[in-house]
Design a protein around this ligand. Structure first.
Ligand code: PLP
Length: 389
């Protein structure tokens, strides 16, 4: 099947670029002498995780228990849930721990007692990581004494092991330049090594302490990873996207994900496509670097990674995308033309689709499912609210 025969909007993966991104990051982690535990929330796809496994990743990172269940069901048996464990999820986490090594993450003691009790009754030991805030100021602990106190608390509870510290330098995404990303990458490592050294001086700290860092911008750009860091967890690197291009994480020719859209309306001052917010997401992309970047870049020459710079996707409604810009370029687009768009944020874009079309040149060579399953709540079926009487 030819790419242009696909129903649009369609989500395309360039097989060669995907493989190249996976191999390069695996080689980089090996050369830095750290384990690679990629975050699979970017792709949520078993086939891609298997490619990462073949390339040598140690385990995987997930952000939901739904992802953990889906990937454990496909045979992935070493999973880190890199999202703070909520009290209501303790039961599900323990249930999964019976069959899979599931490391959980906390930045406060609230779920620990319940986690310990349920782990004890289930006969499992749950590894617990502490989230450190290295400057993103989202989740995590900033001060070392608080990390130490939480580690002691974990250590004191039955059926829990304190296994290490984890951070995510998400503030690298708002860095104004690659130099700034490099400074963030440096401080991410420095803070974690400082905490790790202090923890290792304590007799109760395990000798194999996990010291886990990682965002795609920091890991892609850093020229070194210092001794003491044991693991990296980038996720976005499998696809990259326009934000990563603007931050300097990759070249435009590394972007492996694109959205195929069809022109459905042409006007003197605008062109309308069938890719709106439900295909591209409303992520504003690197607007702090390029204020008029729009909601994704329209591809001019795919092989050379160039974009149509005088046309921008300036507005999105649910299913419509609006392109504005130079009137001559606008008039070159005709109804039913197809265009390719490199999204601003590939993780959010992938989350909007059910499957990827894998392409090799202009041929569609596969279709891979996107596992978007969330944990379901059990409710009593309430026939009475649907039927009168
Ligand atoms: N670890 C955590 C906790 C994250 O939240 C993320 C992404 O949001 C990652 C790792 C992966 O980072 P990136 O998406 O930059 O590859």
């Amino acid at each position: 099947m030819d790419v242009l025969d696909l129903q649009t909007p369609a989500l395309l993966i360039d097989r060669e670029r995907l493989q190249s991104n996976i191999s390069s990051m695996a080689t980089k982690a090996k050369s830095f002498n750290v384990d690679l535990r990629p975050h699979i929330k970017t792709h949520k796809c078993i086939e891609i995780a298997r490619m990462q496994q073949v390339a040598g990743c140690k385990g995987i990172t997930v952000s939901t228990l739904g992802e953990a269940k889906a990937f454990a069901g496909a045979g992935f048996d070493d999973i880190t849930l890199a999202f703070p464990l909520a009290g209501q999820k303790v039961g599900q986490a323990v249930a999964l721990s019976k069959t899979t090594k599931l490391s959980v993450l906390v930045d406060n003691p609230s779920p620990l007692k319940e986690l310990s009790e349920q782990a004890y009754h289930a006969g499992v030991v749950v590894p617990v990581l502490i989230k450190v805030d290295c400057g993103y100021h989202r989740c995590g602990i900033e001060s070392y004494p608080e990390v130490e106190a939480l580690a002691s608390r974990i250590h004191a509870l039955p059926n829990l092991t304190f296994s290490g510290i984890l951070t995510h330098a998400g503030h690298s995404y708002t860095a104004p330049s690659k130099d700034e990303v490099l400074m963030i990458a440096d401080s991410e490592q420095e803070i974690m090594i400082d905490f790790a050294v202090k923890l290792q001086a304590r007799p109760t700290t395990p000798s194999q302490l996990t010291v886990s860092i990682g965002s795609t911008p920091t890991i892609s750009t850093t020229p070194r990873i210092r001794k003491g860091i044991t693991e990296v967890r980038p996720g976005n690197y499998v696809f990259f996207d326009y934000t990563q291009v603007a931050l300097g994480s990759c070249k435009s020719t590394a972007c492996a994900l694109s959205v195929l859209a069809t022109v459905v309306g042409t006007f003197a001052d605008r062109v309308i496509i069938d890719a709106g917010a439900t295909a591209l997401s409303k992520d504003e992309g690197p607007h702090h670097i390029e204020p008029d970047c729009g909601f994704g870049k329209i591809v001019e020459d795919y092989e050379n990674g160039t974009y149509v710079e005088d046309l921008k996707i300036t507005a999105l409604s649910q299913e419509h995308g609006k392109i504005t810009g130079d009137s001559r370029s606008l008039s070159s687009l005709r109804a039913n033309d197809q265009i390719r768009i490199v999204p601003n944020h590939s993780c959010l874009t992938a989350n909007l689709f059910d499957s990827y079309y894998v392409i090799d040149g202009s041929s569609v060579v596969g279709k891979w499912k996107i596992e978007r399953t969330r944990l379901q709540s059990k409710i009593q079926s309430s026939k009475s609210c649907l039927e009168p009487g």
